[in-house]
Write a protein of this length. Sequence first.
Length: 251
Amino acid sequence: MASAEEEIAVKEPLDLIRLSLDERIYVKLRSDRELRGKLHAYDQHLNMILGDVEEIVTTVEIDDETYEEIVRTTRRTIPFLFVRGDGVILVSPPLRTADRDHIKIIPPCKLKKVNKLVEGEGTGQVGSRLLCLPSLRRNRQRAREDREEGVAAALAMGVTKEDVEAAVAAALSPTHLVVTDTSGGCGASYEIEVVSDKFEGKRLLERHRMVNTALAPHMAEIHAVSIKKAITPAQAQPQPEPVVAADKAQA
């Protein structure tokens, strides 16, 4: 029993995340985004793979006539989601208590009683037992396999560099195309340089819209697209250097 309790002890901040593997957790992100989902994997930078995710986005708008705040909440469900750690504000694991081999989720009405037990009052378990694995006899091999499958599925769902290249090539028939993944491999952001005859007679804004339209089927999974160049073949040609008259040069 002593070795089991040492295994589940919380000694460092990330131990709390480790104890929440295969559990539903709450994650608050920047820009008023909230996530609730099953934690499949994480690293020391708080990059996480979540499954069966519920995303809640809260926005506040000002009414032009009454100047009152209008709070809007949108929800969506996502089978698997890669969460970058640089956008995480807090992570909250489910609050649990241990009763021998059973785990009980603590309802809000009993939180006061739990707080008393944590402070040493009453006759219940000591507060340190609140942090534990769902079951010491859980099938760890199966849990590890589930996490690996979840990570593989999440990575397979991402947009690849080849997907972006194929979409732009099909829509614009470019004579030159460079796509760079700037997200570190997760497929969340790209830089694009494209040269195409279809840009002839189009303003810069219209050219950017053409590229974004080509990527429309993938934009739900891409966080950011930076269009570095959207030019015609003529504009891509080296421009001759201006000739300076000899007398002006001497002056």
